[in-house]
Design a protein around this ligand. Sequence first.
Ligand code: ATP
Ligand code: MG
Length: 379
Amino acid sequence: MGNAIVFDNVRKSYGQKAVIPNLNLSIAEGTITVLVGPSGCGKTTTMKMINQLIQPSSGKIYVNGSNALDISPVELRRNIGYVIQQVGLFPHMTIEENVTLVPRLKKQAGEVNREQVDRMLQLVGLNPDEYRHRYPRELSGGQQQRVGVARALMSDPPIVLMDEPFSALDPITREQLQDELIRLNQELNKTIVFVTHDMDEALKIADQIIVMQDGHVIQQSTPEQILRHPANEFVRGFIGEKRLTSHLTQSVDEVMVKHPVTIAPQKGLAEAVKMMVRKRVTGLIVVDKDGTYLGLADSADIHARYPEESLSIRDVMRADAAVVNVSTPLAETIPLVQQAPYGYVPVVDDLGRLRGLLTRASLVDVLARPYLEGGEEHE
Ligand SMILES: Nc1ncnc2c1ncn2[C@@H]1O[C@H](COP(=O)(O)OP(=O)(O)OP(=O)(O)O)[C@@H](O)[C@H]1O
Ligand SMILES: [Mg+2]
C-alpha cells in the first residue's frame, strides 16, 4: 500500500509568521487519517495545501506520487473531494442538482449519470426517490451533511478531505455519520483526511491520528498506540488523563461483540455474499451446528473464488486465523486484534464454541470509556 499524500519539508508563512514551520507527514492510501490539535495549530491550512486552496511557501507535496504543483488545480480537485463544516449546499438547487454540480460544471448537463446520483445518495443513506427533487431547506441538518458527503464522492475521487464535517450535528446523527464514513471507507477504499476537535470522534474513526501543535506533527500513530504511548505531556493533556488510566480492567467477555454474523460451512458462496450485504459486514464467522468455531470467511477470500459455483464456505474459509479464549486478559488481546488480517478475532470458550468477536472498534471503545464517562471536553 502506497502513500496517497506526502508532505516533504512544507512551510507556510504569512508575512513573518510561519504558521507551518516545517511539516513532514505521510498518509497511506485507503486509510482514514484524522488531524487533531488545538484551534489555530494549522489543521485547515494543512488540508487546503493538499488541494491547493492554499499554496505552500516552500517544500513539496505529493499526491498519489505526483508533485501537487505539477498537477493543475482543476485536475487536483477532481481527484480530491472536499467537505467543509458549513455543508455549502445551494438553496435554490434540488438535492440532485447540488450533488451533480461539479460534474455538470465540467460537462454538458445531459451527460450526468443518473445511476451514479442514485448510488451516491444510497451510499450516504438517503433514499434517492424521496430526496432527489427536494431542496436543502426540506432536509434536516444531518441529511444536508449527508448530501455534502455524497457531493464530495460524486466524481469518485480517490482522496476525500473533510474539515470538521460533523461538528454542527447532534450526537446521535453524528455517530450515524461516523459509522457511515467507516463503512464508506471500507467499501470504496478512499483515502480520507479528516479534521476534528473531538478526540472521541478521532479515536472512533481513525486508522491513523496525527496530533498537531503550532504547525508541527507531535505524534502520528494508531488510536491504540496514541492512547497507550502518548509522545509527550501535550499529547497526554490533549487525550485527557482519565482516558489513559485504568482502561484495561475489563474482560474480553464485556467488550466483545456478542452476536457476530455466522454461517454454516456447507453454505454456498452466493448465499454468503448475500448475507454479508444484508447484514452489512465484511466477513462471516463459520460455525458448525453445535456452535463450534471453524474458521473465518472474509469477503476478500469469498470474492476471489466467487465464480466457482461448486465451492462452499468450508473451501474458502481460513481455519488457521488467531482466536482468543474468553478468559484471556483484555490487554493481551490488543496486539492480536491489531495484527489480525481482517481486523477482528473470534472469541471461543474452553470447548471451542464461538462466544463473540473482538473488533478494533470494540477495543477502541474500551480505551476511551473512562474519558467518555468523565465527560471532560477538550478544545
Ligand atoms: N490568511 C491568513 N493570514 C494570516 N494568518 C493566517 C491566515 N490564515 C490562517 N492564518 C493563521 O494560521 C494559523 C493556522 O490556521 P488554521 O486555520 O490552519 O488553524 P486550524 O488548526 O484549522 O484551527 P481551527 O481548529 O480553529 O479551525 C492560525 O494561527 C491562523 O490565525
Ligand atoms: Mg480549521
